[in-house]
Design a protein around this ligand. Structure first.
Ligand code: GAR
Length: 208
């Protein structure tokens, strides 16, 4: 049975979707811990109610990114993670941290990468006149939001959309996309060749 550790900074709805899919689909894995950099992250309460171990490593208490990441690593490694899932974790990670979890750390980003890396993706997509938007699950590498793409989901951008309405449409797809991609990682079904990620069984890596 593999251990998944999920990092959150806030609401944690993707973490909830992962916890629920893991139980409902009887993955060969368990969510061993949920770790947050904010003590007030709403998702922590959900994890505690489910009996999942939680930890808080507050970034504000550390003088440098390196010392924060070192403590974060200790909190994570206490749960022997096979998979580390960033789910709305809003911190930039140091190269040492990224290297430590290379190949087992993934992230969900609310845009169709490589478009709209960084923050405020929905407002920027609307302002750019995009007709589609979506979400991406990718391996984490040093350059933020640039790792090999495991799976993407697309949604339409509709006339009159606001960042809020578009965000809600994308988030609903994230909740399907992220558990699916994570399960592939748990089941060793992903083959990485440079920037190309292939699902060994040919399952669709695009969710429409
Ligand atoms: C999600 O939309 C996720 O894609 C985004 O934050 C939200 C977290 O929601 N992540 C990023 O922007 C990372 N750069 P959640 O806490 O309810 O899962």
């Amino acid at each position: 049975m593999k251990n998944i550790v999920v990092l959150i900074s806030g609401r944690g709805s993707n973490m909830e979707a992962i916890v629920q899919a893991c139980a409902a689909e009887r993955w060969n894995a368990r969510v061993a811990a949920v770790v947050s950099n904010r003590p007030d992250a709403a998702g922590l309460a959900f994890a505690r109610e489910r009996g999942i171990a939680t930890a808080v490593v507050e970034h504000t208490r550390f003088a440098s990114r390196e010392s924060f990441d070192a403590e974060l690593m200790r909190a994570i490694d206490a749960h022997a993670p096979d998979v580390l899932a960033l789910a709305g974790f809003m911190r930039i990670l140091t190269p040492g941290f990224v290297e430590h979890y290379r190949g087992r750390m993934v992230n969900v980003h609310p845009s169709l990468l490589p478009a709209f890396t960084g923050l405020d993706t929905h407002r920027r997509a609307i302002e750019a006149g995009c007709k589609v938007a979506g979400a991406t699950v990718h391996f984490v590498v040093n350059e933020v939001d640039h790792g090999p793409i495991i799976a993407q989901a697309v949604v339409p951008v509709l006339p009159g959309d606001t960042p809020e309405t578009l965000s809600a449409r994308v988030l609903a797809r994230e909740h399907q996309l992220y558990p699916r991609a994570l399960r592939w990682l748990v089941d060793d079904l992903l083959e990485v060749d440079g920037r190309q990620v292939r699902q060994r069984r040919g399952e669709p890596q695009l969710l429409t």
